[in-house]
Design a protein around this ligand. Structure first.
Ligand code: APR
Length: 243
């Protein structure tokens, strides 16, 4: 069935990076089964024990920088869609890794921030961060020591780029959620927002039905490295060639 190309909004979660070797959060072997998020992923935790929070993210940053961790076929398939789809494609990710960018995607919005960036709590400056952070890290902009934090959105904080995301959802003809459990808002509410706007085709590509599976018009279940390339191939095969 030929598909009239309209803008696409993609939402990804930890499942898209699982086959690259990065843990998800809520699978039985996930991150929140190993550590309590209240101890490492809230502003209160950072005020209470900043070194513990730094140690948690320093471990994950080192893991992400392991040469064995590379973009997988799902990341590459999304970059191909962005290149070849004849309308805008925006990848909104809940992930703090850089695998979408390393897989070739150009238009990526990290609504929960980025592990390879740091932010100064004193002056607000953000900067690339590949080494460990600690309470003795100095801000390269204002020189303050002890105010640096990961440039990551913690529970209880406002996700990034919400205005841009809502505008993209309002203009989209298709919303595709990939590798997310659909349990954390506002991301879990994007499918409802997309459907509210009307006429939007909503698709879930996930290992298994997410908490919000019933809200999607279609779903394909299986590993992201299988279901994502297959679905992108189908989309690109079906697109009417523009005059
Ligand atoms: N392929 C596709 N999907 C997979 C795969 C895979 N190989 N492995 C796991 N999944 C699915 C799981 O079935 C689950 O539905 O990915 C989803 C991962 O869900 P979560 O672990 O809850 O991760 P996510 O949805 O990204 O969490 C959202 O919660 O803790 C916060 O800030 C954190 O961004 C995160 C947010």
């Amino acid at each position: 069935m030929p598909i009239t190309p309209s803008p696409i909004v993609i939402l990804t979660g930890a499942g898209v990076s699982k086959e690259s070797g990065l843990d998800t959060f809520r699978d039985k072997d996930g991150i929140w089964a190993q550590v309590d998020l209240e101890d490492v992923a809230t502003p209160e935790a950072f005020r209470r024990d900043p070194e513990r929070v730094h140690a948690f993210y320093n471990h994950r940053r080192r893991g992400l920088l392991d040469p064995a961790v590379e973009p997988n076929a799902a990341h590459r398939a999304l970059a191909r869609l962005e290149r070849e789809w004849p309308a805008p494609v925006m990848t909104v990710t809940q992930n703090i890794d850089d695998l979408h960018e390393r897989g070739g995607s150009k238009r990526v919005l990290h609504m929960h921030g980025e592990l390879l960036k740091a932010r100064c709590g004193a002056c607000g400056d953000t900067s690339p961060q590949r080494d460990d952070l600690s309470v003795s890290t100095r801000c390269t902009a204002c020189g303050q020591v002890g105010a640096m934090r990961p440039d990551i959105v913690w529970f209880g904080e406002i996700p990034m780029g919400m205005d841009e995301i809502e505008a993209a959802l309002a203009a989209a003809g298709m919303f595709i959620a990939i590798g997310t459990s659909g349990t954390v808002y506002p991301a879990a509410g994007f499918v409802g927002l997309a459907r509210q706007i009307g006429g939007v085709r909503t698709v879930e590509l996930n290992l298994e039905p997410s908490d919000g599976a019933a809200l999607f018009h279609e779903s394909r279940h299986g590993p992201a490295t299988e279901v994502v390339p297959a679905f992108m191939e189908e989309l690109l095969d079906g697109v009417e060639s523009l005059p």
